[in-house]
Every structure is written in structure tokens, then in C-alpha cells.
Design a protein around this ligand. Structure first.
Ligand code: NAD
Length: 298
């Protein structure tokens, strides 16, 4: 018989992820408080349920894809007692490492099994079933979740114990935020010094400054025609999401006493940029650096 999955949170990411589970033959009991999300899930073939509690009562696996850690903890508090003992909880939301550990502890204390399984790959990866999952939790629970995660993802990595999936996610995104700022500062400096974007790319893309932010996601139009810079910085990966992830990284730096001054500064710079440009792709930070350097926008 098909495995029954309760799927809570059917937004930009959760909606297409749940649809992929339906397509793969899972019985998906879907819940989201937003009517349009429920309608879409119904159209995708999920069974829409009126409350989270009712959805989890029949499920063997509960997948959550929610906006933040507070909501994950609230939802867990509401549903843990309603689930059958031994239910496997898989939280795919991006949340604080500390919240992820707390959520897992509460699930285990209630007699369940729990994994944190945040993703990268964005909305297009969610739709295509090619997300990367970074998973924290016990090895046997990871093994149990693997077939389901492989439906929604192209790569699934067991990173360690509870919370370590979230750790991998924020470490990666902290590096990405820092590298995008560093690259953008270098590009603006190059502009001031008379170095064209094309020549900058020619040199740096094969020199020691080479990085994904340049070669795949170049923050100025031209050198990489598919990057958001060529499309007026339509995301892509929105500044609001980068700001959120850097905030989580900053919390983890502080909580763990890491001298991460560049990570904290990156969080601060994106926080400020986010006030005006939340909807823009995060690579648009180059325009902010240019403005703060007294340069006209190109
Ligand atoms: P979203 O806001 O589109 O979706 C979140 C959904 O959760 C909404 O539909 C909302 O109605 C629902 N929700 C809120 N409270 C709920 C509750 N109590 N019970 C059930 N559902 C509830 O956000 P998203 O873009 O889908 O992102 C979801 C998570 O994935 C976030 O943690 C985000 O950081 C992470 N993420 C997003 C992306 C991306 O590109 N959008 C990429 C990687 C990770």
C-alpha cells in the first residue's frame, strides 16, 4: 500500500514538492491555511485536509515546509500528540539550528522519529524534483526517509545528527553571501579603475578569485547570459531569502562563539539592502555597493 504522507506548508516550495510525491504514487494528505495553496494541491492530486492535526493522524511520514522556526515549533506542538507513535517527522524548512534541534527533541520525546532536511535548489528545483537535501538525524531514520527524499531531490546528503542538516545549509549560504559581496566589491573597484566587466570575467574566472558567484551567477549583465543580472535582477534567489539565511548563520555564529566577523557583516549588509530590495535577486547587492561608492548605476 502507498505510504501516507502528511504535507504541511504548500507554498512556493512545498506545493511543487507535494505534487512530486503525488506523481510518484504517495498518498499525500495536504494542509495549508491559505485557500489558494489548498486549491493548487487539490488540482495536483493531493487529498486536502482541513487541519494539520487531522492530516497527521493518518500519516506514516509528516513533511513540513514552513516559513520559519517559530512556526515549525508551533506546528509541532499542535500535531505531535495527534500522530501515531513512531511517525517519521521530516522538516524541510530553513530554520535556526537551535530550533531544529528543539523540534527534533520534542518529536522524539513524544515517541516519534525526526529529521531536519533543508533544501537548496529553489522553486525551479522543487518543481523539477532536483533539490539538494541536507539531512540531520539518526542513520536509520535517514535510511527510512531516503526513498521519499529522492522523489523530491536530485542529491540527498546525510550530514550528521539532529540540526546538522541546517548547519550545512547555513554554512553554504553564509559563504555564498560573503562571496557575492566580495565579488561585487571587486567588480565596483574594477569599474573605478577602468577594468571592463568582460576583461574582469576573462581573468578572474580562471584565476584564484574564481567562484560560483562569478562563473554561474555573475552579478553584472554580459559575461554569464543566464544570470539574473541580465533580467533586471528578477530572482533567482531573492534578497529576502538570503537575508533570512544570513540571519540564521549570524545566530549560529553568536550561539557557538565563532569569531565570524565577515559572516556577521554580510548579514548586516544584506539586512540593510533588504529594506529596499527584498524582491530583487541577491546578486543585485552590486548595485547597492555601486551607489554607496558614489557611482551612477550602469
Ligand atoms: P512560502 O511562504 O511560499 O510557503 C510557506 C507556506 O507555509 C505558506 O503557504 C503558508 O501559508 C504555510 N503555512 C504558514 N503557517 C502554516 C501552518 N501553521 N501550517 C501549515 N502551513 C502553514 O515559502 P517557501 O518559499 O515555500 O519557503 C518555505 C521554506 O523553504 C522556508 O523556510 C524557506 O526559507 C525555505 N526555502 C525556500 C527557498 C525558495 O527559493 N523559496 C529555497 C530554499 C529553502
Amino acid at each position: 500500500m502507498a505510504t501516507t504522507v502528511a504535507f504541511l506548508g504548500l507554498g512556493h516550495m512545498g506545493g511543487p514538492m507535494a505534487a512530486n510525491l503525488v506523481r510518484a504514487g504517495y498518498r499525500v494528505l495536504a494542509f495549508d491555511p491559505v485557500p489558494a495553496a489548498r486549491e493548487q494541491a487539490r488540482a495536483d492530486g493531493a487529498t486536502v485536509i482541513d487541519t494539520a492535526v487531522a492530516a497527521v493522524a493518518e500519516a506514516e511520514v509528516v513533511v513540513t515546509m514552513l516559513p520559519n522556526g517559530r512556526i515549525v515549533l508551533d506546528v509541532y506542538r499542535e500535531i505531535l500528540d495527534a500522530a501515531a507513535p513512531g511517525t517519521l517527522f521530516v522538516d524541510c524548512s530553513t530554520i535556526d539550528v537551535a530550533d531544529a534541534k528543539q523540534a527534533a527533541e520534542q518529536a522524539v520525546a513524544a515517541g516519534h522519529r525526526a529529521l531536519d532536511a533543508p533544501v537548496s535548489g529553489g522553486v525551479s528545483g522543487a518543481a523539477a524534483g532536483t533539490l539538494t537535501f541536507m539531512v540531520g538525524g539518526a542513520a536509520e531514520d535517514f535510511a527510512a526517509a531516503l526513498p521519499l527524499l529522492e522523489v523530491m531531490g536530485g542529491k540527498v546528503v546525510h550530514c550528521g545528527g539532529a540540526g546538522v542538516g541546517q548547519a550545512a545549509k547555513i554554512c553554504n549560504n553564509m559563504m555564498l553571501g560573503i562571496s557575492m559581496i566580495g565579488l561585487s566589491e571587486a567588480i565596483v573597484l574594477g569599474e573605478k579603475l577602468g577594468l571592463s566587466h568582460d576583461r574582469f570575467f576573462d581573468v578572474v574566472s580562471t584565476a584564484s578569485g574564481q567562484c560560483w558567484s562569478l562563473t554561474t551567477y555573475c552579478p553584472v549583465p554580459g559575461p554569464v547570459p543566464t544570470s539574473p543580472a541580465n533580467n533586471d535582477y528578477q530572482p533567482g534567489f531573492a534578497t529576502a531569502l538570503m537575508t533570512k539565511d544570513l540571519g540564521l548563520a549570524a545566530n549560529a555564529l553568536r550561539d557557538n562563539g565563532v569569531d565570524g566577523r565577515i559572516g556577521l557583516l554580510a548579514a548586516e549588509l544584506y539586512e540593510r539592502f533588504n529594506q529596499d530590495a527584498a524582491e530583487k535577486d541577491f546578486s543585485a547587492i552590486v548595485t547597492d555597493i555601486r551607489t554607496r561608492s558614489g557611482e551612477e548605476q550602469l
